[in-house]
Design a protein around this ligand. Structure first.
Ligand code: NDP
Length: 242
């Protein structure tokens, strides 16, 4: 595989489905070589995008994330963008939910996101440019019953993103938070509380929720602004979502 693309490398986590896969298609269409990470590498390979390195990486494994980024950069040059998109939503009530589900949400949504940032940020600081896009949620700005721990993990994403933005603004690096409302993806399928899952599904069925491509377009729009412009936060949801 030789680097024929003229655009810089973009890294996307959770790239095999939903918002991550749509973002991979969007950035590939813009001409970027890609490093795509997820545990199910076959889902990434099925996208069949050009100039793409796919690696089976669990974002909770810092060394695996860093190793894949080194490999991607040696193939395609320095990463100019990371989209920290990998995430899990396990709806549950605090009085009943198993603690391992809390840990999984914080591990993937918070620690995993930090691992992605850490893998690219020193290089971005050295080069004096780069963009970090963190996928949060409307649930990272307001709360809902049954979302306590998920919402906590996404409030953490919002808070860390804004603090990081202040930390690296002087290095020419942009930090952008994307906060979607409900999107038609696999996200809900992992919830084990059947009643909460059915309620949320009924809500999703009652309106036309966002498509993954809608969120990918917002990510592409934010990234394509001139480097001197940071869209600090983009909140988007289906018009019908109250
Ligand atoms: P999906 O479930 O389709 O995508 C999530 C992706 O994350 C999967 O491709 C999954 O791949 C990957 N992932 C999960 N755990 C790990 C892990 N430990 N290591 C690496 N990759 C992992 O759902 P969405 O596209 O909806 O979710 C993408 C992001 O958008 C999430 O952060 C979610 O919280 C956020 N979001 C989604 C909304 C929605 O309504 N759908 C609304 C607001 C925000 P694999 O299993 O192969 O590892």
């Amino acid at each position: 595989d030789t680097n024929t693309a003229s655009k810089p490398l973009a890294v996307i986590t959770g790239a095999g489905s939903g918002i991550g896969a749509a973002t991979a298609r969007t950035l590939s269409a813009l001409g970027h070589p890609l490093l795509l990470l997820a545990r199910r590498v076959e889902r990434i390979e099925a996208l069949a995008l050009p100039d793409t390195l796919a690696r089976s990486v669990d974002v909770t494994d810092a060394a695996a994330v860093a190793g894949a980024v080194r490999e991607g950069e040696s193939l395609y040059g320095p990463a100019d963008l990371i989209v920290n998109n990998a995430g899990v939503m396990l709806l549950g009530e605090v009085a009943k939910q198993q603690a391992d589900e809390w840990e999984r949400m914080f591990d993937v949504n918070v620690r995993g996101l930090l691992h992605g940032i850490r893998a690219v940020l020193p290089g971005m600081i050295e080069r004096g440019r780069g963009t970090v896009i963190n996928v949060s949620s409307v649930a990272g700005r307001k709360t809902y019953p049954g979302h306590t721990v998920y919402s906590g993990s996404k409030f953490a994403v919002h808070g860390m993103s804004e603090s990081l933005r202040e930390e690296v603004a002087g290095h020419g690096i942009r930090v952008i938070t994307i906060a979607p409302g409900a999107v038609e993806t696999e996200l809900l399928s992992h919830t084990t509380d059947e009643a909460l899952k059915a309620d949320y599904q009924a809500f999703k069925d009652s309106i036309e929720v966002l498509a993954p491509q809608d969120v990918a377009a917002a990510i592409g729009f934010a990234y394509q602004q001139p480097q001197r412009v940071t869209l600090r936060e983009l909140v988007l949801a289906a018009t019908a979502q109250a």
